[in-house]
Design a protein around this ligand. Structure first.
Ligand code: IPD
Ligand code: CA
Length: 266
């Protein structure tokens, strides 16, 4: 089976197993402590991760899993690569029942973002699946998707500002002043998928807080949809896949929107 089929099947199984859990008591029952990514793991996170791990074991997929909760799990002595897993991205939304959370899976051949070859992000409220294979384009279900590359009627700017320092908020303030359609929905991978689909023009996260698991799949989706994935210095983004790594990034449909937004914040 192709790697992309494996990721797609795993995230579809997650959808089947968690779709009725959002906003319920069961989503948060039990006590699982903190996961490898540093956040408190909820039952819904554990159920979703177990779904992916059980499936990968069942099909004997030779890989190392880098999970947000379970940490590094070596499923084979001869791995073909790394499955970067955020089985529930947007856990706070899922727990509250806000219908914006997803399963984010990526496959990398080496321990670098730039070696990601396959990605699948499933919207766990709708079952829609965004997926991409390096060099073959990006898709939503069975249709190709592309970033929005025409002059938009309304520019929609995504900014992850949660937990920002006062200095960063001050730096970002001119964007909020100039642009009236600033959004932050609360599930990084799905916001990146929205950009790949052409629903946002730019999505920036300059907090130096995002984990690899939250953005690995979105990274390939955006590049395959024709968008740009840059670091905070507006250089092509790359990174190791370490658990200590925290990133800032700028994802955009094109250079013009980056120039416009960054001319406001210097
Ligand atoms: C979080 C979401 C959120 C972002 C946080 C992430 P999680 O992921 O992507 O939008 O602001 O930085 O940690 O914890 O729900 O997997
Ligand atoms: Ca998570």
């Amino acid at each position: 089976m192709d790697t992309i089929e494996i990721l797609r099947t795993a995230s579809k199984l997650v959808y089947e197993n968690v779709k009725d859990l959002a906003g319920t008591k069961e989503a948060t029952s039990g006590n699982f402590g903190r996961g490898a990514g540093g956040d408190i793991s909820q039952n819904i996170d554990i159920i979703a991760e177990k779904t992916v791990l059980d499936y990968l074991k069942e099909i004997n997929f030779d890989c190392v899993v880098l999970g947000e909760e379970c940490g590094r799990v070596e499923l084979s002595p001869n791995p073909k690569g790394f499955v970067i897993m955020d089985a529930i991205d947007g856990s706070a939304n899922a727990v509250r029942g806000v219908p914006f959370f997803c399963c984010s899976l990526a496959f990398a051949t080496n321990e670098k973002l730039s070696s990601i070859t396959d990605a699948a992000v499933t919207n766990l409220s709708t079952g829609d699946i965004y997926w991409a294979t390096k060099g073959k384009g990006a898709f939503l279900n069975d249709k190709s998707i592309f970033v929005h590359d025409e002059k938009p009627i309304y520019k929609v700017i995504g900014i992850n500002s949660s937990g920002s320092s006062p200095e960063l908020l001050q730096r970002l303030a001119p964007i909020f002043e100039k642009h009236h359609h600033v959004r932050h929905f609360g599930a990084n991978a799905l916001e990146m998928a929205f950009l790949a689909q052409g629903l946002l023009d730019i999505f920036i996260d300059l907090r130096k807080k995002i984990r690899i698991q939250d953005m690995a799949a979105g990274y390939l989706l955006i590049k395959e949809a024709g968008g740009l994935m840059l670091d905070e210095n507006l250089q092509p983004l790359d990174s190791d896949l370490s658990y200590e790594t925290r990133l800032s990034f700028v994802a955009a449909a094109n250079k013009e929107i980056i120039d416009e937004v960054f001319s406001l914040i210097k």
